[in-house]
Every structure is written in C-alpha cells, then in structure tokens.
Write a protein that binds this ligand. Structure first.
Ligand code: RP5
Length: 184
C-alpha cells in the first residue's frame, strides 16, 4: 500500500512538473536586488548576473520608495524572516530607496546610485551615501561597477558563514587575476 501511494505521489509530482503546474524553486533567494524603476534594470543587471555566477540566488524586484511605498514596507517587513541575508538597492535622482529600505530592516543594505538624471548620478550618490548616523547604507560606485561590486560585497558577507560561497568568491578573484595580462 505504502509503495503504491509513493508511486502515485511520484507520478503526480512528475506531471505537475511536466505541465508547469508546480514550480519548485531550486533554492531560496538570499539577496534581494531592488530598484526604483524598471528603467534601472540595465544598470542593475550586473548585480543579478554576478550573484548568479557565484551561486547566490537573487530576487530582483522593482520597488520604489515614493511610487510604491506599500510594496517596500511589505517586502522589507518580511525580508529577514523569508531568509534574505542582504538587500541591494539601486536608485537614481533623489535616491532614497536604500535609506528607506534600511529603515525597515536590520539586514545589511547596499546602495547603488544610478545615473538616470541630468546630474548623471551625482545626486543619487550623495543622497545614498549621506545617511545621517543611525541607519547605515553601504554605498557603492555609481552605475554598473557599483551594481557588480554590491553583489561581490553581498557575497563576501554571505561567505562569512558559507564555505561554498567563500570558495566561489576566491575562485572569482583567482580567475580575475589570471585574466590580467602581464603586458598590454
Ligand atoms: C528613481 O527615479 C528611479 O530609481 C530611477 O532611476 C529614476 C527615474 O525613474 P523613471 O522615471 O525612469 O521610472 O526613482
């Protein structure tokens, strides 16, 4: 009887998978990559790609501190419980996403200023980096380099307690050094 039940359950699960009725996530996302607008995605994509290359699942979302404040409060209110370990926020203009996000979670928040305004990201850099004492935001460089480094910094934070991610990060560094030619 038990074998029959197991077999029936197996067939059911297989069919659900085949017909896309039941999508089981491979692993839980550990880093949230938030951005103020879908127009920020091109700049924030290196964060997603770098995390993926290091074996860290990311949850990438558009959440604006001023256009969707409810979404921000809901997401960050649950983020730690859900299993996130780091939050990366990219925003341009009067960029307050990272600061407001940091106010709603105790998780480390990394901010990426985006060059989407006439001031080419200098406004976003100053808005993100100049947090008054009490609620910190780790601010990275403007643009794609900042997005990539935010992912690497998130990986370094996770690597403190995860040997596998630590090894991936070390391998990334090794490969990066190897790619630098001795001469131009
Ligand atoms: C910010 O305003 C976003 O992060 C974006 O960089 C900027 C402009 O947003 P869109 O008007 O392009 O949606 O909130």
């Amino acid at each position: 009887m038990k074998e029959r039940l197991v077999a029936v359950w197996g067939m059911f699960a297989l069919h659900c998978r085949l017909y896309n009725l039941w999508e089981e996530p491979l692993s839980k996302p550990r880093v949230a990559v938030l951005m103020g607008s879908k127009n920020d995605y091109d700049i924030m994509r290196p964060a997603e790609e770098t995390l993926e290359s290091l074996g860290i699942e990311a949850d990438v979302r558009v959440i604006s501190a001023h256009r969707t404040p409810g979404r921000l409060v809901d997401f960050l209110g649950e983020a730690e419980k859900t299993g996130f370990e780091v939050v990366i926020c990219g925003a341009g203009g009067a960029a307050h996403l990272a600061g407001v996000a940091a106010a709603h979670t105790i998780l480390p928040v990394l901010g990426v200023p985006i060059e989407s305004s006439p001031l080419k990201g200098l406004d976003a850099l100053l808005a993100t980096v100049q947090m008054p004492g009490g609620i910190p935001v780790g601010t990275l460089a403007i643009g794609k380099a900042g997005a990539k480094n935010a992912a690497l910094l998130a990986a370094a934070i996770i690597a403190r307690k995860d040997e596998g991610i630590r090894a991936n990060l070390q391998e990334f560094r090794r490969a990066q050094s190897e790619d630098v030619p001795d001469r131009p």
